[in-house]
Design a protein around this ligand. Structure first.
Ligand code: SAM
Ligand code: SF4
Ligand code: F3S
Length: 468
């Protein structure tokens, strides 16, 4: 998977405001700040599109806005606490300008519904992930002093016809949501409650959006869904059925110079068809994000992940057989209910066995209303969770370093994404395997594909120089 700062399927630690000033002549301006996964960031771009249609302009300066939107995440308690802090800050701004409206959108809005409106009076508008088309109506209601809430979930909404406004992108890589919601019921997870039932977006609208990105100079697209392997779109009379493998192929065929990524794969649903399509097309990147969550089958069963450790290892084996140089990354939850020292050891041994190129690692955070919160006690003390987490992080860092060391001396094709954050004389970009590479700028430009020879590395980054 990708760095958090690049907005990933994983929730970002930092909120991010849309940076651009668009529609500068508009007398009404919105400011939008986003938290959570890439799908949430993509939703902010959809909301921006709806607001532009209704005469709003955007501003990167919160004090200049008539409408402040905060797009929120509920995945862990910490994510919600961050949002609460921001809402208190916005409430302070509202005291200075009473006309300013504050809207909470996204997963926390869906989870808490009108609680933030009524109990704490922190916001004027509460809008859930499937209700964004009604935002202009809700704004009008709030302006006339009415209670303004829409958290209805839908079985159909995919926003397939709305062209997201790419306000703060790098102009090189972008995201396209291919589905919404989730039908899995992983016992720890709040997403099925905040995002509703899974539905797949019209395959042709996905291809059109991706094509438009390519025509506008983008060189890479990431197809997004909570469980991309269960993507399945059918036209109204059932004469056309598109699976995820087929969709990948349709997007790959847009142009061989257009890179394709996707996230997230589910170990129970990933099929060989998808692996063969990745192997067939050079422009589909050799990287699969395959969250394991735990290395213990007993814990996986309690998590309701519906696969065993052995099944996961089988899937990793299939990836390596069909796409030998494919990078694999994962997500891990440490300290889930009843996790013993032996379960933890199993996770460590699976990490070593799989040699993940990258991993996102979290301690378990109980979420109200989930199956785990109802069925099990969150009984692992925080200090035990944290010490197990640091052990896992240390081990994974070692494995990432080993994986990076194996790349030293090799030459990779890298897509130049922009200047390196630490040194303006250098560029950063990614390999097909999603590794970040830093190298001197030389003659290259942003958006170029360049060949880079890897000269050294850290556990997180490859360092190299352009070769002809
Ligand atoms: N759909 C993806 C999947 O099935 O793997 C994951 C989506 S979730 C947004 C991203 C990651 O957050 C999960 O893979 C999991 O590791 C982590 N996560 C979800 N709920 C959590 C919780 N209650 N506590 C800690 N981490 C959690
Ligand atoms: Fe959550 Fe599981 Fe759905 Fe992923 S697959 S979003 S972890 S319920
Ligand atoms: Fe994404 Fe967070 Fe919602 S990870 S789906 S924004 S709970």
């Amino acid at each position: 998977m990708f760095e958090l700062t690049e907005k990933t399927m994983d929730e970002s630690k930092q909120g991010s405001a849309l940076l651009a000033d668009v529609n500068t002549n508009a007398h009404k301006k919105f400011y939008i700040e986003s938290y959570g996964c890439a799908m949430n960031f993509n939703d902010s771009e959809i909301v921006a599109s709806i607001l532009f249609e209704h005469g709003y302009g955007s501003t990167p300066v919160v004090e200049d806005a008539n409408l402040i939107l905060i797009n929120t995440c509920s995945i862990r308690d910490k994510a919600e606490q961050t949002v609460r802090h921001r809402l208190k800050h916005f409430k302070g701004l509202k005291r200075r300008n009473k006309e300013t409206l504050v809207a909470i959108m996204g997963c926390m809005a869906e989870r808490l519904k009108d609680k933030l409106l009524e109990e704490e009076k922190l916001v004027d508008i509460v809008i859930g992930p499937d209700a964004y088309r009604t935002l202009p109506t809700l704004i009008a209601e709030a302006q006339s002093g009415q209670k303004s809430v829409n958290v209805l979930l839908s079985r159909e909404e995919t926003y397939g016809d709305i062209n997201p406004v790419r306000l703060d992108g790098n102009g090189v890589t972008s995201f396209v949501s291919i589905m919404r919601g989730c039908n899995n019921m992983c016992s720890f997870c709040v997403v099925p409650f905040t995002r509703g039932r899974e539905r797949s977006r019209d395959a042709h609208s996905i291809v059109l959006e991706a094509k438009a990105l390519f025509e506008n100079g983008y060189k890479e697209v990431t197809l997004l869904g909570q469980n991309v392997d269960s993507y399945r779109w059918e036209n109204h009379d059932g004469t056309e059925v598109v699976s995820f493998a087929k969709l990948l192929e349709m997007v790959a065929l847009i142009d061989p110079r257009f890179r394709i990524r996707f996230s997230t794969s589910h170990p129970k649903d990933m099929t060989d068809d998808v692996l063969h399509i990745i192997a067939k097309y050079d422009n589909i990147c050799n990287h699969i994000h395959l969250p394991i969550q735990s290395g213990s089958t007993r814990i996986l069963q309690m998590m309701n992940r519906t696969y065993t450790k052995e099944w996961y290892l089988h899937q990793v084996k299939r990836i390596k057989e069909i796409i030998p140089d494919c990078a694999i990354s994962t997500d891990l939850i440490i300290g889930f209910c009843t996790e013993t020292a032996e379960d933890h050891e199993e996770t460590l041994s699976v990490i070593d066995h799989c040699q993940f190129d990258f991993a996102y690692m979290y301690t378990y955070s109980e979420r109200p209303g989930t199956l785990a919160a109802r069925r099990y006690t969150d009984d692992i003390p925080e200090d035990v969770k944290n010490s197990r987490l640091s052990e896992i992080i240390t081990r994974q860092r070692l494995n990432s370093h080993t994986s990076n060391l194996a790349d030293v001396g090799k030459i990779f094709e890298v897509l130049v994404e922009g200047p390196s954050k630490k040194n303006q004389a250098e560029y950063c970009g990614r390999t097909s395997s999603n590794k970040m590479v830093i190298f001197p700028k030389e003659k290259a430009s942003v958006c170029d594909f360049v060949k880079v020879k890897i000269l050294s590395c850290t556990s997180g980054t490859l360092l190299g120089s352009i070769v002809d």
